[in-house]
Design a protein around this ligand. Structure first.
Ligand SMILES: *[C@@H]1O[C@H](CO)[C@@H](O)[C@H](O)[C@H]1NC(C)=O
Ligand SMILES: *[C@@H]1O[C@H](CO)[C@@H](O)[C@H](O)[C@H]1NC(C)=O
Length: 248
């Protein structure tokens, strides 16, 4: 998905990794699309295993995420125009542009002195499946993980509560970042309207009491299915996760 959206490189900080994902990441890094940064923080410190330090004590907050984000920004300063400070399970999705390049080519001239763009997070509860099962594909039945194409029901964020934004930054305009906020930057900051760009985040519900009827149907990901499915099939086949008898 990142590649289809025009991302040129993905940097991943790797503390540990299961066998299937490991094969995929090795394949993507051989192509040069993924840059793996070894991050064996657990060999040196006792990292907290969750974001909430009250629940998960440790020597360093959540595997040192704040450090990795800042390291990534400085690593990218001379080579990338923009950096998305994102998580592996979130897609920063433009809703009015074909990809992130055209999105930024529109936003930047409208906000010339801006180096920090905040993107709102939208949760697609993984317990609700799209009923037609159009993208419940047989060739993926043996692949671990979630098929994001099957989850099209979206919670409307509760904007009276704290919003965990993600950031698109011009790294040269940033001095120090945090996870959902900016600590020190040069120039302006802008909250991108959700109808222009928002995050697709398939996970457990945040507002678990909402019924299906109270969720919004959002099939934006489906606009990419024609390019996404063959690409996913190819990479799965390459690393042996798509067995030949399961192919269409
Ligand atoms: C982004 O979308 C524009 C407009 O459709 C297109 O011209 C351009 O080639 C796309 N860029 C990438 C990197 O996909
Ligand atoms: C990720 O880190 C683990 C633990 O050090 C290592 O065994 C594995 O090969 C690494 N994977 C990639 C894709 O770099």
């Amino acid at each position: 998905m990142y590649r289809l959206l025009g991302v040129g490189r993905v940097v991943i900080y790797n503390t540990s990794c299961g066998p299937e994902l490991n094969r995929l990441l090795h394949s993507y890094s051989q192509e040069g699309f993924v840059e793996m940064v070894p991050w064996p923080i657990d060999k040196h410190l006792k990292p907290a295993w969750g974001w909430n330090i009250l629940e998960y004590p440790g020597d360093v907050h959540y595997f040192g995420q704040v450090t990795t984000l800042n390291e990534c920004m400085y690593r990218s300063m001379r080579r990338s125009r923009y950096v998305l400070l994102n998580d592996i399970d979130k897609i920063i999705m433009p809703y009015q542009h074909d990809n992130l390049t055209s999105l930024m080519d529109t936003l930047q001239p409208q906000h010339p002195n801006t180096g920090v763009f905040f993107i709102e997070n939208h949760i697609f509860p993984k317990k609700h499946f799209e009923p037609s099962q159009r993208f419940h594909l047989p060739q993926w039945s043996g692949v671990p993980g979630i098929n994001i194409l099957e989850h099209v029901y979206r919670e409307e964020p509760d904007r009276t509560a704290y919003q965990p934004y993600k950031l698109i930054v011009q790294p040269r305009m940033v001095e120090e970042t945090s996870i959902h906020e900016m600590r020190k930057n040069f120039g302006e900051r802008f909250k991108v309207p959700p109808e222009v760009c928002r995050i697709i985040h398939v996970r457990v519900p945040l507002q678990g009491s909402l019924t299906l009827e109270q969720l919004k149907v959002d099939k934006r990901l489906w606009d990419f299915h024609e390019r996404m499915i063959p690409n996913v099939d190819n990479v799965l086949r390459k690393v042996g996760l798509l067995s030949s008898d399961q192919q269409k």
